[in-house]
Design a protein around this ligand. Structure first.
Ligand code: PNS
Length: 168
């Protein structure tokens, strides 16, 4: 479907999972341009810096010619307007995601009604994956292959072994 619509797929992506990647792939087919954008001023203590996360994203979305990687500060809708985007793309995995997503979508609509939030249902194969759980499972020695792209798994391995060495 040829489209001139620019969409933003915002998030923390700490790190990107196969669930996120599935959404990027499907979003890239729907919109003229999809900007995957990382929130910079996050209160959460991230495992990877914004720059590292941007590198990881670029590694895996490079195959899609209409997908760009970026980061943003401040209000998402203001950033979207500055990038001429009219759509915010979000994934919903389970009913538990709904309440938070609805609250965000309504707040964003109130702030800028001209920007529409579009939800996509996660692929059922990935509906249980979250960045938080991937980090927890990995840090406790569990197998995360198939949950994140191989390049991300390699980075996790590198990061965790570095942390262990630093701790002594
Ligand atoms: O992947 P996440 O952590 O669920 O993403 C949340 C994100 C980045 C989309 C959300 O926190 C956000 O948009 N923050 C920017 C601040 C903002 O615009 N707040 C008002 C609407 S909730």
């Amino acid at each position: 479907m040829p489209s001139s619509v620019i969409a933003i797929y915002p998030g923390s992506f700490d790190p990107i999972t196969n669930g996120h990647l599935d959404l990027v792939q499907r979003g890239a087919r729907m919109f003229g341009k999809l900007i995957v954008s990382i929130l910079r001023n996050d209160a959460k203590e991230p495992l990877f810096s914004v720059e590292e996360r941007m590198d990881m994203l670029r590694d895996v979305v490079g195959v899609y010619s209409n997908v760009e990687v970026d980061c943003f500060d401040g209000l998402l809708v203001d950033y979207a307007a500055a990038r001429s985007a009219t759509v915010l793309l979000r994934g919903i995995r389970a009913i538990s995601d709904y309440e938070y997503e609805l609250q965000m979508a309504l707040m964003n609509r109130r702030l800028r009604p001209e920007i529409e939030t579009v939800f996509m249902m996660s692929n059922e194969a990935y509906s249980f994956i979250s960045s938080r759980m991937v980090k927890q499972v990995y840090s406790l020695g569990g197998n995360i292959s198939g949950l994140v792209p191989p390049s991300v798994e390699a980075r996790m391995h590198h990061r965790m072994s570095k942390t262990k060495t630093e701790r002594g």
